[in-house]
Design a protein. Structure first.
Length: 215
């Protein structure tokens, strides 16, 4: 290789490296395409992997929820949203998995009710402010989304949140990043009025739940 060719190869390599850095610096970081594939694959089955019944905390506290518009965050196959729709709420579900949401529509049909759904990547989402009477989030842990959940709920409306807490790690292998610390929900919603809270542990599973009202 003569000197001119060497310079040309070097220039090509520098250009490629510069292009690569520019691309990674300007592309938004998102785990979504992989998450979407993973969840679509999990749901690609007739069986409702999370069941067709709502979480007990929602059923037990139904009367505390103001009737109106519900946002079911990471709705999945719809067990909670469909239950609320069947009880007279106007339910919108969002999730990254189109396959999950299709099953949610099917479940709604079986329960003679209707829901609306949108495929949304919550890692890059912008929730509408002051729109919902109830914002529900069950077993989807994205701490960075909590400020948006709070602003999406109307004054007088409530956030319902439930997911595994750190005691769950005694029973199952699970990423510790995705479990709630003791009393973490109370801390996260300290600027709301706490209507109900529980830290559940029956020796086989453990989770925390909250209903918090915006004032
Ligand atoms: C454990 S499931 C819970 C489903 C439902 N909330 C329930 O309790 O039955 C977690 C859900 O989060 C959804 N999800 C994961 N990553 C997401 C993302 N980046 N944006 C939107 N939804 C996502 C999955 O598709 C899945 O339906």
């Amino acid at each position: 290789m003569n000197r001119l060719e060497t310079r040309s190869v070097r220039t090509t390599v520098y250009t490629f490296v510069a292009f690569f850095f520019l691309l990674t610096a300007t592309t938004p970081v998102s785990a979504s395409p992989r998450d979407q594939e993973r969840w679509d694959a999990k749901y690609e089955n007739e069986v409702y992997i999370f069941g067709t019944q709502p979480i007990g905390f929602l059923r037990d506290n139904l009367k505390l929820l103001p009737k109106g518009k519900v946002l079911d965050i990471a709705m999945g196959e719809g067990r909670n949203g469909v239950y609320l729709a069947a009880n007279g709420f106007d339910v919108e579900g969002i999730d990254i998995s189109e396959v999950g949401l299709k099953k949610a529509h099917k479940l709604a049909e079986q329960n003679n009710t209707k829901i609306t759904t949108r495929v949304v990547d919550l890692e890059n989402a912008q929730l509408e402010k002051d729109k919902y009477d109830v914002v529900l989030c069950s077993y989807y842990m994205q701490r960075s989304l909590i400020p948006q959940m709070k602003s999406a709920v109307k004054k007088g409306g409530v956030v319902v949140f439930e997911t595994y807490n750190e005691d769950y790690l005694k029973y199952r292998k699970f990423n510790p990043k995705w479990v709630l610390k003791h009393n973490e929900l109370l801390e996260l919603f300290k600027d709301f009025k706490i209507i109900r809270y529980q830290a559940f542990d029956d020796g086989t599973e453990a989770y925390s739940s909250i209903i918090a009202q915006k004032h």
